[in-house]
Design a protein around this ligand. Structure first.
Ligand SMILES: CCCCCCCCCCCCCCCCCCCCCCCCCC(=O)SCCNC(=O)CCNC(=O)[C@H](O)C(C)(C)COP(=O)(O)OP(=O)(O)OC[C@H]1O[C@@H](n2cnc3c(N)ncnc32)[C@H](O)[C@@H]1OP(=O)(O)O
Ligand SMILES: Cc1cc2nc3c(=O)[nH]c(=O)nc-3n(C[C@H](O)[C@H](O)[C@H](O)COP(=O)(O)OP(=O)(O)OC[C@H]3O[C@@H](n4cnc5c(N)ncnc54)[C@H](O)[C@@H]3O)c2cc1C
Length: 701
């Protein structure tokens, strides 16, 4: 192909895409061909954007929740993207010390913006999201402050919150130990009351009692809420939170009796290594009595334990709050990966060229669609269930403030279950997006490896996902066992119709029949109710319920998943019953809602068939409908990911660039790698040349 042919090609975007790689070869060293001029400023996805069947601006608002939420988030995204202090592309190449220093610098700059621009709490949260770097400030604002707010008395809040909110102290949440994380009652750190001095003595009696994992503890925190066994008069009175100062407020050195440091490198480059997860030991460290968080239980000057009306479980309240935020974050992480994979799938072409015409965009392969579109639909589903969960949490918080604890068990079950469901799916979904991007997805510049490495601990922190599903199972089993005399409410209200849900079978006769919210919800309710009741029946066979629970735990986990999927499906459907303005917006969301539900039905059809609710024919009809739905998603795919309104800075991905200008930018990025600073690699003369020059007679391999 001659140069005249090249100039002809540059006039047609789709053909340029076909030949970008060839053109770039010519541009490589020696050819001196500069295509930059032709490539920049061109929207390679414009044809895709023209296919949209809905109003993208209105969808952005539907995704954000309201016009105000959209404007606020958009303002913060641009603030971060336009500030060079928040550059993040070199992050995976930094050594640990440099990395942490860089994070401390960004946190200081972020805090300065918050103060100088007088940002609200909501704005600060968006700012943090778009800075996209885990830091000690997450635990200070996300756990230390909420722990004091939820478990402190009015006096304690008055004393500590102003200091914390002005960041005159920095706190972390020190619960997990080397020996115990899930089993909070098994923690070994002790807080022994000394009536002589009116103090608690904080002590780490064993190696396994060392605090291990708390974020921000390693290097940044001056204080911690430490969870420890309360010992008064030689007796153990359960685990409680204590505010403990760890480091000097003058020179940041550890206080006497405190041993504190970082636990070391974690999975991936950059990623969560920006966080100083720490280790902490106490050697008989004394703190004043009023530093035990005393909303739940109080220790008097005389060493008496007083219980307030507040249930003990409130000690776990901070975890309920954070689990709720983690569900909201799942939709952000998944949508980000999906945005990258969708845009790249429209740019990438493989096979199918006839008579020299363009090859097929990989997004047009049905297999690509059946892997990608359920993830896209799930991102929307998680967004809406996250919105609902935020509402539920706000309601519970208001009730707790008024000493109404009635909805706490349901809030615990919902936050635990949805945290588990959404983070497990998102972690797998990010990895699927990497595979959807083929080889280039494995490059750090695709943004996916770091996103995956940062995200996956969400399946473990704030409660291991299996442990949390077992909590949901306990709640379900209790609900089933009480059915005879207690009307289930909230997310278990469907159990109140258990008799009909056990008897009625699915009435769907055609593929179109599945496009009915009532039919979909009933299918998920019947499956969840039947699985929970079946577990209940099995459990009844055991004399010792705990033994039965342990024996049946794998089935119980599956019943919990069924219940949580029902919540997500029904909250999506409820969302669609609201007024959602904008041409085609509601209709497009309806398509996604059915994709989400029927994809789950297809994936878990074993459950639906085994519980006897569906026939194989009906399951097959659901799959037929799913294929039709994918065709409806296809023209809207690019604009559905545009509706997330993510900046290129936030996406941090060459494959996911808004303009689709992938190949030139990948090519450019490769040449910026420090390894390409010289033609001859460091170490060549020491280690490679001697091998090349050696004169072996034989090699025995
Ligand atoms: C550069 C940037 C610049 C920025 C600049 C700007 C700066 C400024 C920015 C400003 C903004 C920044 C904002 C940032 C935000 C960030 C967000 C945070 C990020 C978070 C990161 C995450 C970190 C991760 C943190 C962590 O990882 S922290 C550790 C978490 N650890 C766990 O999660 C342990 C799991 N284990 C258990 O949760 C329990 O242990 C166990 C299993 C329940 C058994 O517990 P056990 O006591 O044995 O209980 P049972 O006997 O089973 O139950 C007994 C009874 O209690 C019940 N019940 C159990 N629970 C609970 C519960 N909650 N609630 C209620 N009830 C409960 C149960 O239903 C039963 O009721 P009943 O049936 O009796 O009625
Ligand atoms: C990146 C990161 C940040 C963290 N930040 C903090 C922090 O700021 N503060 C803090 O206090 N902690 C923090 N943690 C700790 C975290 O909360 C715990 O690791 C988590 O709760 C899991 O507990 P574990 O490590 O004890 O897991 P384990 O309970 O030891 O889990 C190991 C395996 O055992 C299984 N298992 C455990 N119990 C049961 C059971 N009853 N039934 C069936 N299976 C079971 C689990 O499913 C898992 O497969 C962090 C952890 C990570 C990875």
């Amino acid at each position: 192909m001659g140069l005249s042919g090249i100039s002809l090609l540059t006039t047609t975007y789709s053909l340029i895409l076909q030949h970008q790689s060839l053109l770039l070869c010519l541009r490589a060293k020696g050819f001196g061909l500069d295509l930059k001029k032709d490539m920049e400023g061109v929207d390679y996805l414009s044809d895709e954007r023209k296919k949209a069947q809905f109003d993208v601006e209105a969808m952005k608002i539907a995704w954000a929740g309201s016009l105000e939420a959209f404007q606020l988030s958009d303002r913060m995204a641009k603030l971060v993207a336009n500030d060079p202090a928040f550059e993040k592309f070199t992050r995976p190449m930094l050594g640990r010390k440099e990395l942490i220093k860089n994070t401390l610098r960004k946190a200081a700059h972020g805090w300065k913006l918050i103060v100088d621009l007088r940002l609200t709490e909501e704005e600060a949260k968006w700012l943090r999201l778009y800075i996209d770097e885990p830091a000690y400030t997450d635990l200070h604002w996300g756990m230390f402050i909420p722990a004091i707010e939820g478990q402190g008395t009015e006096e304690q809040k008055k004393k500590w919150l102003p200091l914390a909110k002005k960041m005159q102290i920095i706190g972390c949440y020190a619960q997990t130990e080397l020996g115990h994380g899930s089993n909070v009652q098994g923690l070994e750190t002790t807080a022994t009351f000394d009536p002589q001095t009116d103090e608690f003595i904080m002590h780490s009696p064993t190696l396994t009692s060392s605090k291990w994992w708390p974020g921000g503890l390693g290097k940044a925190s001056t204080h911690a809420v430490v969870y420890a066994r309360l010992i008064v008069g030689g007796e153990f009175h359960g685990v409680h939170g204590f505010i403990v100062q760890l480091r000097s407020l003058d020179d940041h050195s550890p206080l006497p009796g405190v041993t504190v440091g970082d636990i070391g490198m974690k999975f991936g480059n950059g990623a969560y290594n920006t966080m100083d997860n720490g280790v902490l030991r106490f050697d008989h460290v004394r703190i004043p009595r009023d530093q035990m968080l005393m909303r739940v239980s109080q220790v008097t000057r005389e060493g008496k334990i007083m219980q307030s009306d507040v249930p003990r479980q409130l000690i776990y309240g901070t975890m309920v709050y954070v689990r709720q935020t983690i569900v909201a974050d799942a939709s952000k992480a998944l949508s980000r990966a999906v945005c990258i994979a969708t845009r790249y799938s429209a740019i990438r072409r493989q096979f199918g060229s006839r008579n020299g015409g363009p090859e097929t965009q990989v997004i047009d392969y049905k297999t690509q669609q059946s892997r990608l579109f359920p993830l896209l639909a799930s991102a929307y589903a998680f967004r809406f269930v996250g919105e609902w969960l935020k509402w539920l949490y706000t309601d519970v918080k208001e009730r707790l403030a008024a000493n109404d604890f009635s909805t706490l068990p349901e809030a615990h079950a919902c936050t635990a279950g949805l945290k588990s469901l959404t983070t497990s799916f998102t972690a797998d979904g990010i990895e699927e997006c990497r595979k959807l991007c083929g080889g280039h997805g494995y490059l750090v510049s695709s943004g996916l490896p770091e996103l995956f490495a940062v995200y996956i601990p969400a399946c473990t922190y704030e409660g291991d996902n299996v442990v949390l599903l077992l909590q949901v199972a306990r709640f379900l089993v209790k609900t089933v066992s009480e059915l005879g005399y207690k009307k289930p409410v909230g997310t278990t209200a469907y159990m109140g119709r258990v008799a009909s849900l056990m008897q009625n079978n699915c009435a769907v006769q055609t593929a179109e029949g599945w496009l009915n919210p009532g039919a979909v919800v009933e299918a998920f309710e019947s499956r969840a109710a039947r699985m929970a009741v079946r577990c209940g029946q099995q459990l009844a066979k055991y004399e010792n319920p705990e033994e039965g629970f342990a024996e049946l735990s794998a089935d119980l986990v599956e019943a919990s998943i069924a219940h949580c999927q029902l919540i997500v499906v029904s909250k999506f459907i409820e969302k669609l019953q609201q007024d959602i303005p904008g041409k085609g917006v509601k209709q497009t969301l309806e398509v996604l809602c059915y994709v989400y539900a029927l994809f789950l039905l297809h994936k878990h059809q074993g459950d639906f068939l085994a519980t006897g609710y569906l026939t194989p024919k009906q399951a097959s009809l659901a799959n037929d409908q799913l294929r039709t739905l994918y065709s409806k998603v296809r023209p809207n795919a690019i604009t559905l990911v545009d509706s997330f309104n993510y900046t290129d800075h936030y996406l941090g991905s060459i494959l996911g660039r808004y303009d689709g200008n992938v190949y030139p930018k990948l090519y450019e990025a490769a040449w910026k790698d420090p390894l390409n600073d010289s033609d001859v690699v460091d170490g060549f003369y020491e280690y490679v040349q001697p091998i090349l020059k050696q004169k072996l007679r034989t090699a025995k391999l």
